[in-house]
Design a protein around this ligand. Structure first.
Ligand SMILES: C[S@@+](CC[C@H](N)C(=O)[O-])C[C@H]1O[C@@H](n2cnc3c(N)ncnc32)[C@H](O)[C@@H]1O
Length: 276
């Protein structure tokens, strides 16, 4: 594993995460009690606008019940569980962080979805899957951690069936440098932001055709403004996962959006031919 991947892994190490989650979830009932993906929504969608954004991305990707979906950088699995419950599809999650994958499997047992949703440890740059085996691939707030974008998007193209869908929800650079720490990187060393236009170019070069293209920045700004007024949602929330400095990380992202340093992009693509 490269130094950069090690650095990203260290950021998402989350020591003792599953035990912490078990403790935090006692407020929702006993260990035997089945939870719904919606009940976990404040905790397990690790991106701007949370569960609402996952729902929109799932629609944008055109996910249907007969599809096999790959969620790359699946975190603790909220998007995978929500999409499987909403659309009836099968979802495989892949993530670099062992602690996150262990927590994702635990939470999936708690929602009773282990037959439909599974998780593996692995790198987005070397996907452990055969060519052409997924109908759709999702990537939510992950690309900011990845320098080798050409390789990332080529790998996604490789594992998709012909005409398969790729949907991405990303933080993009707009103007100047954001302040650190941020939710995906505590220092600039593991942060690799591209502009929206450069992101689109890299994706199209890997053999995709753009289907949908949305600037989600204003919606994200409104969400951060509401968060600032109401304070974080009741525990368990993402602070349980990322630790006590999480409010500072999200504040810096909210501020960077307000100041026009960063933006948010939501887009969907169709796998066509490879141009390279
Ligand atoms: C901000 S979290 C988003 C998690 C999830 N997509 C969600 O929206 O709830 C970023 C995730 O990407 C994962 N990640 C970052 N770089 C990765 C890579 N090269 N390969 C696989 N996973 C990666 C991290 O471990 C982390 O779980």
């Amino acid at each position: 594993m490269t130094d950069v991947l090690e650095g990203v892994r260290a950021h998402y190490r989350a020591t003792g995460l599953t035990e912490r989650l078990k403790m935090a979830l006692t407020v929702l009932g006993t260990e035997e009690q089945r939870l719904t993906p919606q009940q976990l929504g404040a905790l397990d969608h690790f991106h701007t606008r949370g569960l609402a954004a996952t729902a929109e991305l799932g629609k944008l990707a055109g996910i249907t019940a007969d599809m096999s979906v790959l969620d790359i950088g699946s975190g603790i699995g909220g998007p995978a569980r929500f999409l499987a419950a909403t659309h009836g599809c099968r979802v495989t999650g892949l993530d670099l962080s062992e602690a996150f994958v262990e927590a994702a499997r635990y939470l999936t047992e708690r929602t009773g979805q282990s037959a439909q949703v599974s998780f593996e440890i692995g790198s987005a740059l070397e996907l452990p899957f055969e060519d052409g085996c997924f109908d759709a691939v999702l990537l939510q707030h992950v690309a900011m951690n990845i320098a080798e974008r050409a390789r990332l998007y080529r790998e996604i193209h490789r594992v998709l069936k012909a005409n398969g869908r790729f949907a991405t929800f990303d933080v993009v650079s707009v103007s100047g440098e954001p302040p650190y720490p941020l939710p995906w990187a505590r220092t600039p060393v593991t942060s690799y932001l591209l502009t929206a236009a450069a992101t689109r170019d890299a994706i199209e070069l890997a053999g995709f055709r753009t289907l949908e293209w949305q600037d989600d920045t204003e919606a994200a700004k409104a969400w951060f403004a509401r968060l600032r007024e109401s304070g974080p949602p009741p525990s368990p929330n993402l602070g349980t996962v990322m630790g006590p400095d999480f409010p500072q990380l999200t504040d810096n992202l909210g501020r960077s959006l307000m100041e026009g340093r960063l933006g948010i992009l939501m887009a969907a693509f169709e796998a066509v031919s490879t141009k390279s």
